[in-house]
Design a protein around this ligand. Structure first.
Ligand code: KIV
Length: 264
């Protein structure tokens, strides 16, 4: 099983880290069976599982419900759980309480926190001081969608790039185990990856990161109308599943007809 100090070991040995999201028992079981290093119970579940337009409404209790199911499906995997919007922003005590609630209820191995301000960095430090392993997340941090004015690539200007590089260094200083880089230019991801000694896990951040993370449903093709430039679809789950269900319906409604068709 992947362990916390493997983040460091993989980076030192130039070994890439694989991460995939899971929100339920079966997806977790499939991800674990595939030998993926780490599972992320991302707050993207608010969009992918629940169909909301962003992740803002996800709660700590939502995260706990899904993470428990994931743990049941992948009891031996390294599981990271997202802290949802506003669960780590108000006071240090509430931040630690919320993270503690997630870890105690789910027995996950680390939590992930989106960073788009100095304020949240001090809260991440409090979590690490409280012995909670943290993965940072910078670049396009979806919980800041209303600040960014949409889901847009970040770090395209020099100022934005420097801000993101600054966050990366501060996160390393306070002791995060790894940093997710989401939707930033490949060269910026390369610069960060080369400058810091903790692994970067990219999503839409190019090939130079120390690992990659994708959303289970995106990489398996669950949504026919949603295509991201940076996602290679490794299956057409939507097609397989609708075909299977159509066949089932045929068997239920026209069993004889289908039997005759099958003969030739
Ligand atoms: O919530 C999530 O699934 C994530 C990944 C996309 C990195 O944060």
């Amino acid at each position: 099983m992947f362990k916390l100090n493997d983040f460091q070991a993989y980076k030192q040995n130039d070994k890439k880290i694989s991460m995939v999201t899971a929100y339920d028992y079966f997806s977790a079981k499939i991800v674990a069976e595939s030998g993926i290093d780490t599972i992320l119970v991302g707050d993207s579940l608010g969009m992918v599982f629940a169909g909301n337009e962003n992740t803002i409404s996800v709660t700590v209790d939502d995260m706990i419900y899904h993470a428990k199911a994931v743990k049941n499906g992948a009891p031996n995997s390294f599981i990271i759980v997202d802290m949802p919007f506003l669960s780590y922003h108000s006071t240090l005590a509430k931040t630690i309480k919320n993270a503690g609630k997630i870890i105690k209820a789910t027995n996950c191995n680390a939590i992930k926190v989106e960073i788009n301000s100095e304020h949240t960095i001090s809260h991440v430090k409090a979590l690490i001081d409280a012995q909670i392993p943290v993965i940072g997340h910078i670049g396009l941090t979806p919980q800041s969608v209303n600040i960014f004015g949409g889901f847009k690539i970040q770090g395209k200007t020099t100022d934005e790039a420097n801000k993101i590089i600054g966050f990366a260094h501060k996160l390393v200083e306070i002791g995060v185990a790894a940093i997710v880089l989401e939707c930033i230019p490949e060269q910026l991801a390369k610069t960060i990856t080369n400058q810091i000694n903790v692994p970067t896990i990219g999503i839409g951040a190019g090939k130079y990161c120390d690992g990659q993370v994708l959303v289970f449903h995106d990489l398996l093709g669950f949504e026919p109308n949603k295509k991201y430039q940076f996602v290679t679809q490794y299956a057409n789950a939507y097609g397989y599943l609708t075909d299977a269900l159509k066949n089932y319906k045929l068997d239920v409604t026209q069993p004889k007809l289908q039997f005759i068709e099958n003969l030739g």
